[in-house]
Design a protein around this ligand. Structure first.
Ligand SMILES: Nc1ncnc2c1ncn2[C@@H]1O[C@H](COP(=O)(O)OP(=O)(O)OP(=O)(O)O)[C@@H](O)[C@H]1O
Ligand SMILES: [Mg+2]
Length: 364
């Protein structure tokens, strides 16, 4: 499989600050890769390092097989699309599109033809004579993308391109960008702090924290098998529930207050006395009858959006449940919950690393 972008052992320092730590990342030609993580984790730094706007301190960066460390941005043949699209306000849409070609010596007629062709792809044909101030947010975003497309770059680099748009337009533009990526057979690297955006748009998601890649893989791989508690809590909405637990006499004892500790017997024992953290996603908890329950928790809050009911327990820690049925248990009453064994995640309480174990829990 051809790698369009390859990073090996990349580190980046801003003075003494270690912003990227030993980054290994392979981006296949034609893939859509999302970089996601909390604010300040190094997403923009990584993207800007690809573009050549930042120089890397050590490691190797290859683009289409060529070593690019130290190569200036304009020679890397990548197109960057930012959150503030920085269109030239005194130029029409067409002029904004043709500008980069014209300064590289492309003849006027040829540049106009290229602009028309790209505008047809991005749905801007009827707006070529408008000025940026005469466009909606979504249309401006499309101009910014068209301006990138017209250069036929080796890859598109997006840095939170949708964060200025309202929620509905964001969802629409997500689909549009992904469809455009597919149509062009492009390679895209897309920075966002919105994990839902990353999960729905990308075929490869890279989760970062404090300059480190915590996990990367297909979206559902991250959802199904997060390697640690951080990724488990970051991917998925609403977030995964975490409940402290310990191993006692071949059972997993969940520490939920108030009430007696709840025991789930294990098919095969984990080391006795081990401190663990149980992870259960809200959408994997089902309301069941008392006799089927693996967990029993007092109801705290009930919120319904019509299609979905969000239940929060009145326990410590709080447990969230997402039910697709319309249920209205009263606060203070008990909810009886169950889950499929494969949906229970275990993490080391200290290191946060995933623990693999033999599934099969039976309520004791
Ligand atoms: N030019 C710089 N000089 C010093 N430190 C910097 C510089 N640029 C970024 N940093 C630091 O590097 C870290 C990573 O910044 P970066 O902009 O890559 O984060 P990010 O993941 O894009 O965050 P956000 O989601 O807020 O955009 C931050 O702690 C930031 O303060
Ligand atoms: Mg950023």
């Amino acid at each position: 499989m051809m790698q369009q972008i390859q990073l090996t052992g990349v580190n980046k320092y801003y003075g003494a600050y270690h912003a990227l730590r030993n980054i290994d990342l392979n981006i296949r030609k034609g893939s859509f890769v999302a970089l996601v993580g909390p604010s300040g984790c190094g997403k923009s730094t990584l993207l800007r390092s690809l573009a050549g706007l930042e120089s890397i301190s050590s490691g190797d960066l290859l683009i289409a097989g060529e070593r690019m460390n130290g190569v200036p941005p304009r020679k890397r043949d990548l197109a960057m699309v930012f959150q503030s699209y920085a269109l030239y306000p005194h130029m029409t849409v067409e002029e904004n599109l043709t500008y980069s070609l014209r300064i590289r010596g492309v003849k006027k007629a040829e540049a106009k033809r290229a602009a028309a062709e790209v505008a047809a792809t991005t749905g801007l044909s009827h707006l070529l004579t408008r000025y940026p101030r005469e466009l909606s947010g979504g249309q401006r975003q499309r101009v910014a993308m068209s301006r990138a497309i017209i250069r036929h770059p080796k890859a598109f680099l997006f840095d939170e391109p949708l964060s200025n748009l309202d929620a509905a337009l964001r969802v629409h533009m997500r689909k549009e960008i992904r469809a455009l990526h597919d149509r062009l057979g492009a390679t895209s690297v897309y920075v966002t702090h919105d994990q839902v955006e990353a999960m729905t748009m990308a075929d490869h998601v890279v989760v970062m924290r404090q300059g480190v890649i915590e996990q990367q893989g297909a979206p559902l791989e991250l959802y199904d098998r997060p390697v640690n508690r951080f990724v488990a809590g970051f991917i998925g909405s609403p977030a995964m529930n975490f409940i402290p637990a310990s191993v006692e006499e071949a059972a997993l004892v969940l520490e939920l207050a108030p009430g007696v500790p709840q025991r789930l017997s294990l098919a095969r024992s984990l080391p006795e006395g081990e401190a663990l953290m149980v992870g259960l996603r809200p959408e994997h908890l089902r309301l069941v009858s008392e006799s089927e329950a693996k967990l029993r928790l007092p109801v705290g809050m009930v919120e319904s959006t019509g299609a979905t009911t969000y239940l929060t327990s009145a326990s410590q820690p709080e447990v969230n449940v997402v039910a697709s049925t319309r249920v209205t248990p009263a606060a203070g009453t008990m909810m009886f919950l169950s889950f499929e064994d494969q949906h229970l995640h275990l993490f080391d309480a200290e290191t946060g690393m995933r623990r693999d174990f033999d599934e099969a829990f039976i309520r004791e």
